[in-house]
Design a protein around this ligand. Structure first.
Ligand SMILES: C[S@@+](CC[C@H](N)C(=O)[O-])C[C@H]1O[C@@H](n2cnc3c(N)ncnc32)[C@H](O)[C@@H]1O
Length: 334
């Protein structure tokens, strides 16, 4: 597949930061991601791994992996329009781009491949309950934590809509340069006011060490606690998922940090975890109070899960806090 990210056409936007707009070819995620391969056949109207995302009357070309961020925005927008919405998101609709909703509908057509036969809305509902789950956790459990790090942030809008962000000295929103370029242009164009300083950081999680370097350059303080949010991204990392977690939740995470990790349980794809394996990894890095929640259980349901369907372990969250005791010697040796 050709890489066309270098031809992004957001440069006419006066307020766009131009530093993010010149992209190297390896900034765009391509064939190596199993979820692209799994999802792509369902996006029949989307030839190639890049497509135009039109947010501002300007076009940007973004890879299929990057475009999943706009798909999630489209799913949040549907919820925000409901009378009984579980959250508000005034930016979500505009952030859906030209094909966010189409991508979501295509994914719904493939529901049976994800174990949700006869439930084409499964991913729309998943996005809604996970958004609410994370919103509630951040609002409830982060009062003493000074920094937010959102890894694979996509076009998340929490810094602009969730009051709890007022307490953060900064929210580091990490994603690829191609997604950050579109996001930066969008929020700048809309003159949106964030509730804490937002620092967009561009990094590829599959490149060892890059994340630590870029976060430190951006001002992240590894001596202070942080919320580490990993939402909807681990699946794309395949065998890099474990080194990525080790890098971000090891020396970068000070005691008192909170991790909110969305992952898939099971042996079916590279990069998926069993709960035991994830528990071992996290405990080895000094994390405690591990709680696992799965799609449809009492914590990840909100009355939206399909009636009569058993909870699905393919869509799960681990939450835990970093203890005062450091990593075990075994984990340090790795
Ligand atoms: C499904 S979206 C989720 C976005 C956001 N967390 C949310 O839930 O709305 C996945 C995001 O992960 C990012 N991503 C995937 N692989 C990545 C990598 N290797 N390095 C950095 N970001 C990556 C994509 O660019 C995309 O924005």
């Amino acid at each position: 597949m050709s890489n066309t990210a270098g031809s992004m056409a957001v440069t006419n936007l006066e307020e766009a930061e131009t530093s993010d707009l010149s992209l190297r070819s390896n900034d765009t995620l391509g064939d190596r991601h199993i979820w692209s391969r799994l999802w792509f056949p369902h996006f029949a109207s989307c030839p190639g791994h890049s497509k135009v995302v039109n947010l501002l009357g300007e076009n940007a070309e973004v890879s299929v992996v990057g475009r999943t961020a706009f798909m999630v925005a489209a799913e949040r927008a549907l919820e925000a329009e409901r009378k009984d919405a579980l959250f508000e998101d005034p930016f979500a609709k505009a952030l859906s781009g030209s094909d966010g909703l189409t991508m979501s509908d295509r994914l719904g057509e493939a529901a049976s491949q994800f174990g949700f036969d006869g439930w084409p809305e499964f991913h729309k509902v998943w996005t809604v309950v996970r958004t609410k789950f994370i919103d509630d956790l951040i609002s409830r459990d982060t009062a003493e934590i000074p920094q937010m790090v959102n890894l694979g942030a996509g076009v998340d809008t929490r810094p602009y809509r969730l009051d709890a962000y007022k307490q953060f000295k900064a929210s580091y929103e990490v994603d690829t340069a191609e997604v950050n370029a579109v996001k930066t242009a969008f929020f700048s164009h809309n003159r949106a006011t964030s509730l804490c300083p937002v620092v967009n950081v561009s990094a590829d999680f599959c490149q060892a060490g890059m994340l630590s370097e870029k976060l430190t350059e951006a001002g992240f303080d590894s001596q202070a606690s942080a919320v580490f949010l990993i939402e909807g991204v681990l699946d794309f990392l395949e065998e890099q998922a474990e080194p990525f977690l080790t890098e971000v939740l090891g020396p970068l995470a000070a005691p008192g940090s909170l991790a909110i990790i969305n992952y898939a349980i099971g042996p079916q794809r590279p990069g998926t975890f069993t709960s035991t394996k994830l528990k071992q990894l996290l405990e080895g890095l000094g994390w405690q109070n591990l709680q696992i929640s799965v799609f449809g259980d009492e914590r990840l349901n909100y009355g939206r899960y399909k009636e009569g369907l058993a909870p699905s372990e393919d869509w799960a969250f681990a939450t835990c806090v970093k203890g005062a005791v450091g990593p075990t010697p075994e984990a340090q040796e790795q």
